[in-house]
Design a protein around this ligand. Structure first.
Ligand code: URA
Length: 432
């Protein structure tokens, strides 16, 4: 026991010292009980921002955050494994991956989030499905996960409450972008699921939280270290996010694309990422013949059937799996065409994400409402050869007044040149 006051603990961290476990537990408990005022909590966050945290400090911080609320109880005879993505544009991977991996005989209890700014959120995409419920109590979450082997739902207020308070403070004190604070925030919300294994998809590039491989690698190593220190088999894949993933960006249109992957189709980059993450999840969970099982679940339709089962279990209309036309769609479409010949050299994922958001597919603030039927469909990806007048992308919208800004953003996102670009690998490296 350190017996240090909060002020002394802040000074110790500010001077580059290592906090004792007791300092960290007292800090998190005080923040949640509101016995530590915001100005002291903010000062500690800033000290951590500049001084970082050691692996033992991070393990304790993550545990203290988990212990700030209820734990999820998910009795399961088979390994429990999850995936977390740091988020990107067109990232609908979870919609295909969770049921696909569950169909291979493990439990996937996935707590997911909403979109903000240029990136979308898995929960928003799932809510395109009529009746689909994402707000579940911890008890209901555990019951569905145990019975069906898969669930994708939001985080209840009773789970990791420390993260909500600390994140709000970080947001208002410019301390969000600290690798130890990001890592403990994400990992506390995953480890509370009581997992055996976890795979992290760390996006790198213009449309991602981490814009350089070096930053992504540091984040990956830190998160893998936290997972390991909690006895969870954790590995991370660094994957490219310079251009959007797949062809669809929005909500309902992304669900349609995710269903196509479970039918063995879908765009090559998306299908590759789903397969690779699936194999890594099964391997990390200690399941033999991972690649073979994933292929078999795709070919047999077991992954698709699991998606329908999950949708039904969460109150949604499972007929969308066979009849995607039941999902919301947009009243209007506008095609964006190229004005010259050449190769698509780059597509700025952030601008495409902002275009979809400006049509109503995303939100600028957490209070904004989403129009699930709107979005952007890409016809040409990086490396495609195009001729003047070819369609690059199609905007789908309900309010014509919003289409002008979205058109400008999509036109700005596409760079066409005479030089055929080198193909960048989608999977950059693995950290384990
Ligand atoms: N996502 C989280 O959940 N927490 C962070 O700190 C950053 C991204």
């Amino acid at each position: 026991m350190s017996g240090r006051s909060v002020r002394e603990a802040i000074r110790h961290k500010r001077n580059g010292g290592e906090l004792e476990a007791e300092d960290i537990r007292d800090f998190v408990a005080g923040v949640v009980r509101r016995t530590i005022p915001d100005y002291q909590a903010a000062a500690m966050l800033m000290a951590i921002y500049f001084r970082g945290m050691s692996v033992p400090e991070l393990a304790t911080l993550t545990s203290a955050m988990i212990e700030s609320g209820e734990r999820l109880s998910i009795p399961s005879a088979v390994p429990k494994v999850d995936k977390h993505s740091t988020g990107g544009v067109g990232d609908k991977v979870s919609l295909s991956l969770a049921p696909l991996v569950a169909a291979c005989g493990v439990t996937v209890p996935m707590m997911s989030g909403r979109g903000l700014g240029h990136t979308g959120g898995t929960l928003d995409k799932l809510e395109s499905i009529r009746g689909f419920r994402t707000a579940l109590s911890p008890k209901e979450f555990g019951r569905i996960a145990t019975r069906h082997g898969v669930i994708i739902a939001g985080q209840s207020d009773r789970i990791v409450p420390a993260d909500r308070i600390l994140y709000a403070l970080r947001d208002s004190t410019a301390t969000v972008s600290s690798i130890p604070l990001i890592s403990s925030s994400i990992m506390s919300k995953k480890l509370v699921e009581g997992l055996d294994a976890l795979v992290l998809d760390i996006k790198v590039g213009a449309g991602a939280f981490m814009e350089t491989v070096e930053d992504a690698r540091r984040l990956a190593r830190t998160m893998v270290g936290i997972g390991r220190s909690h006895g969870v088999a954790t590995r991370a894949l660094l994957t490219g996010m310079d251009e959007p993933l797949g062809l669809e960006v929005g909500n309902a249109n992304e669900v349609v694309e995710a269903i196509a992957v479970l039918r063995g189709g879908g765009p090559a980059d998306l299908a590759l990422l789903v397969r690779t993450l699936g194999v890594n999840m099964l391997e990390a969970a200690g399941v033999d013949g991972a690649a073979h099982r994933i292929e078999r679940s795709l070919e047999s339709g077991a992954g698709l059937a699991k998606l329908a089962e999950m949708i039904r279990a969460q109150g949604g209309d499972p007929r969308v799996v066979e009849q995607p036309e039941r999902l919301p769609s947009a009243a209007h479409a506008r095609r964006i065409r190229t004005t010259g010949d050449g190769y698509v050299t780059s597509i700025d994922a952030r601008d495409i994400g902002l275009a979809a958001m400006s049509l109503g597919a995303g939100r600028q603030t957490m209070e904004d409402r989403i129009d699930h039927g709107v979005g952007v469909t890409l016809s040409a990806k990086v490396g495609h050869e195009v001729r003047r007048g070819d369609v690059l992308a199609t905007l789908r919208f309900n309010d014509p007044a919003l289409a002008g800004r979205a058109s400008d953003l999509v036109e700005r996102a596409y760079v066409i040149s005479d030089l055929q670009p080198d193909r960048q690998p989608l999977i950059l490296e693995t950290v384990s």
